[in-house]
Design a protein around this ligand. Structure first.
Ligand code: AGP
Length: 614
């Protein structure tokens, strides 16, 4: 979950490392540090807390040098102190390492290293790595070989970047397992390395991604790739990625979260642009990767994801069943692994992952791959590991999502799943041309309608101001809206630290109703989508217990609006796609409540954007 950056070239490394770390801070922000090599010496500067602490500590006096590495940490082993911050050094200060992952056998390695006289100073698992490299280099290995041999000793999944004053100007980087990505950036007379593509985009769009078991060795003018066995990988070439670095900036908005909520009409449109064909009606998914025959043969679909991506996957289940006519189930990626789901070549596995690097989802995908299930993935990050495991990919085209709380990638993923279900339904002969035309016509209306819903922002802010001091919320919905109730609760928890629960409204009477009194706001999604009457009854039940009702209702439904303490009216829409609209006021509600409470909206405590530990 940590962020990694490295640079070697002709420019001063420190300012570039700090700028890269700034773009990576959403991955972890317990502490940060950089190491810069100059004139045969390595200078290390670290700070506990946010990157600003490190910047303040430097007071503008950046350590000189043209080769360096930097890290933002999300603590796993050891408290978020300066001592535990990366980079970590060996005994002599000649080798410096940053790391993402967990060294599972670090206790035994620490004991072994100490017994051999190594001086370990932090509480981290990472610190064993520079000492293991030191031992290998002392025995005569070069840095690349020493890192490769170190990987043999450490258990777990890792992204590791190291440099040594014994090989000035060189940085080595390795990826082992699914602890997070490693991207090599190609500049003009300079090279970069990072855990995340967006951190490199202002410098270069020419990149190569390390696969599991690959190691890179870079200097300002060269790059060499080897396998974990030490064989040269000669055919690895950089690719040019299309991200626009300007879109990673906050623009006029106070927070990335608000900017990203506001971008949703465009992201939905970009996700179906060129894929939803109107005349004659069709769906063209450019990287589907699975032949029509395979899609005809599968007898069911299993969707997986975590957090917000799992909520999108829940809607995907509805789409596969209702649009494509295939039995579908959904599981949390982590639980999918534990339940040992019965899947095989007749099961289509569809994963949803914004980052494409969430370890639980990658492991579930690897499991599905072992059992020869055909796989598709919905992802927002071109080149991410999930896109390389799956047979095919439907990329959401949102650009980088910087706020830790996912917003625009939720609605883009839902749109992508809808398109995918239309494609599969068409291939399987379930969806005729006329019905397909209606389906994609409905999706084409989404950007305009979401834009309209964003116009509720001022009203949502008023409601947020009225409710910001409450400490518990319930979110209720039925049918296709139920995943949005879960998502509404997740968003509120994440950014405002308010306890919130999402429930299928039918479940309310089976327990949660006991919580309702005059202090409990209940957000009820009660739209004209076939669930209205039953939601109306649930709202009455909440009112009877003096709960505070925030109703998300269809415009013109005066009867329902009158039953709510606060009503948010959405334009009428196609029931299956209505979640694209209902998600928006709940995102805004969380955002405004969090800002009212003074929370750090873009970087909520304890969270990280990409979760690469299990
Ligand atoms: C959503 O707001 C969260 N940040 C989190 O639940 C996220 O959706 C989850 O970690 C999955 O990430 P992924 O889509 O990159 O796999």
């Amino acid at each position: 979950m940590c962020g990694i950056i490295g640079y070697t070239g002709e420019r001063d490394a420190a300012p570039l490392l700090l700028a890269g770390l700034q773009r990576l801070e959403y991955r972890g922000y317990d502490s940060a540090g950089i190491a810069v090599l100059d004139d045969g010496e390595i200078a290390v500067v670290k700070g506990a807390g946010k990157l600003s602490a490190l910047r303040d500590g430097l007071e503008g006096a950046y350590p000189p040098g043209r080769c360096g590495i930097g890290h933002t940490r999300w603590a796993t082993h050891g408290k978020p102190t300066t001592d535990n911050a990366h980079p970590h050094l060996d005994c002599s200060g000649a080798i410096v390492v940053i790391h993402n992952g967990i060294v599972e056998n670090y206790l035994e390695l620490r004991a072994e290293l100490k017994a051999h006289g190594h001086d370990l100073r932090s509480e981290t698992d990472t610190e064993v790595i520079p000492h293991l490299i030191e031992a290998r280099m002392d025995a005569g290995d070069d840095l690349l070989t020493a890192l490769r041999q170190t990987l043999v000793r450490i258990r777990g999944a890792h992204a590791i970047v190291a440099m040594s004053k014994r090989e000035a100007g060189r940085i080595v980087a390795a990826r082992a397992g699914n602890a997070g990505g490693v991207v090599i950036g190609y500049g003009d007379g300079e090279m970069f390395v990072s855990s995340d593509l967006p951190a490199l985009l202002t410098e270069t769009q020419r990149v190569a991604f390390l696969s599991d078991g690959e190691i890179a060795s870079i200097t300002a003018s060269s790059v060499q790739y080897v396998s974990s066995a030490g064989d040269r990988i000669a055919d690895k070439q950089p690719q040019v990625v299309p991200f626009d670095p300007v879109s990673a900036a906050k623009g006029a908005h106070k927070h990335f979260m608000l900017k990203e909520i506001m971008e949703q009409p465009e992201c939905i449109m970009d996700t179906f642009r060129g894929r939803a064909i109107f005349d004659p009606p069709g769906v063209a998914l450019e990287s589907i990767g699975l032949a029509d025959d395979v899609l005809r043969r599968v007898s069911r679909v299993v969707l997986i994801g975590m957090g917000t991506s799992m909520h999108a996957a829940m809607l995907g289940r509805t789409y596969f069943e209702r649009i494509a006519g295939i039995p579908a189930e959904v599981d949390n990626s982590s639980e999918f692994r534990y339940r040992r789901a019965l899947i095989g070549p007749d099961t289509l596995v569809v994963s949803v992952a914004q980052s494409g690097e969430t370890v639980d989802t990658l492991e579930a995908m690897a499991d599905a791959q072992r059992r020869r299930a055909p796989q598709l993935t919905i992802c927002n990050t071109p080149g991410a590991q999930s896109t390389r495991i799956a047979d095919g990919v439907v990329l959401t085209r949102c650009g980088p999502e910087v706020a830790v709380a996912s917003t625009k990638t939720l609605t883009a993923s839902i749109s992508a799943l809808y398109l995918l279900a239309c494609h599969v339904g068409r291939v399987r002969g379930v969806l005729d041309a006329a019905r397909l035309a209606e389906r994609i016509g409905a999706l084409a209306r989404a950007p305009g309608l979401v834009g309209e819903v964003l116009g509720l922002d001022a009203r949502v802010r008023e409601i947020a101001n009225a409710l910001a001091t409450h400490e518990n919320f319930l979110f209720l919905a039925r049918g296709a809206q139920y995943p949005m109730a879960l998502e509404g609760a997740l968003k509120l928890k994440e950014v405002s630290y308010i306890h919130a629960e999402g429930y299928p409204a039918g479940e309310m009477k089976h327990g949660p109703i006991a919580l309702i009194d005059r202090t409990m706001p209940v957000v009820a999604i009660a739209l004209d989508d076939g669930t209205r009457e039953k939601m109306l009854s649930n709202i009455e039940q909440v009112r009877a217990r003096e709960g505070i009702v925030v109703g998300i209702v269809t415009a013109g439904d005066a009867e329902l609006a009158a039953k709510c303490d606060f009503a948010l009216e959405l334009p009428p829409y196609e029931p299956l796609l209505y979640p694209l609209l209902s998600a928006v006021p709940m995102q805004l509600l969380s955002y405004h409540i969090a800002t009212k409470r003074g929370c750090d909206v873009d970087q909520p405590r304890n969270l990280a954007k990409t979760v690469t530990v299990e």
